[in-house]
Design a protein around this ligand. Sequence first.
Ligand SMILES: Nc1ncnc2c1ncn2[C@@H]1O[C@H](COP(=O)(O)OP(=O)(O)OP(=O)(O)O)[C@@H](O)[C@H]1O
Length: 294
Amino acid sequence: MTNIHFIINPIAGSAKSILNEGLLLKYFDKESYHIVVKYSDFKKHAIQLTLESIENQAHIIVACGGDGTINEVASCLIHTPIILGVIPTGSGNGLAATLNIPKNIINAIAIIKQQKTKLIDAGKLNDKMFFSNSGIGFDAQVVKHYESSGQRKLPSYIKACLRALKSFKGKGNIRAHINGEELHLDPFLIFASNSNEMGYNVSLTPRASIQDGVLDVLMVPKMNMIKTLCFGFLILFKKHHLFPGVKAYTTTKMTLSLSSQNVFETQIDGEFFETHTNIINISILENALHVIAS
Ligand SMILES: Nc1ncnc2c1ncn2[C@@H]1O[C@H](COP(=O)(O)OP(=O)(O)OP(=O)(O)O)[C@@H](O)[C@H]1O
């Protein structure tokens, strides 16, 4: 008997998902599965619900939502034998795309029932985990505007990009240590990725793999508006790493620091997060999580 728990974020994506307890009971028969379905009521609630499921000996915990929900559930499952499942009902669904999990709920359920698992890496930014990506600079500002819009759809994401483009100032003077190199940067973006998709079929690190034991890092210098738009255009053709001044690395760890007592504004798996310190340590946890993939 498989003890399978589902944690559903009811506001993920358009909040119109057909996924509910009744549907799940139809697909997971009582003879083979003990099924528990829970709903998150507020931000970070999925963490509490996951910890309860761990106490209740769940074998598989399925995060039903986007990258934010997956992050909350998966962070609790690091280095445990409990398997993460994903039903993508979010907006971008970057990690689900990386794992080849279809957006069609019935097809995603079929993949969960196959229970084909992969052991994947996780990224760590100070004490927070990420499974897809994290970043400072422009992407963090986009997420900040996106969250304040109160909407979770593609047009709000595009609006957030335009607002961030207009208002982006950057922090200036960031010191980075990576692969034995020390860099002094005034970045537009420093992006560290475990996965090869951010969501909406967009990728800054198309060659990244969630199973290679390294993070793919992209450092983009601050540029004028025209150059920034050219950089954005090249992303569509996955040629942005060739843009003058852009540096791409693979690494197991990286440190970023600000000379002032300023804190960093970051995004972690698409959620805005402000550090408490002027130092960021980013590293990889190799083979950290069992996850069902297609
Ligand atoms: N009932 C709730 N009310 C408000 N916020 C919630 C609730 N349940 C979960 N959340 C929060 O909703 C946020 C967004 O969730 P999630 O990332 O899964 O969806 P999404 O943003 O639509 O998808 P994606 O990240 O793939 O674009 C998360 O920060 C999560 O903690």
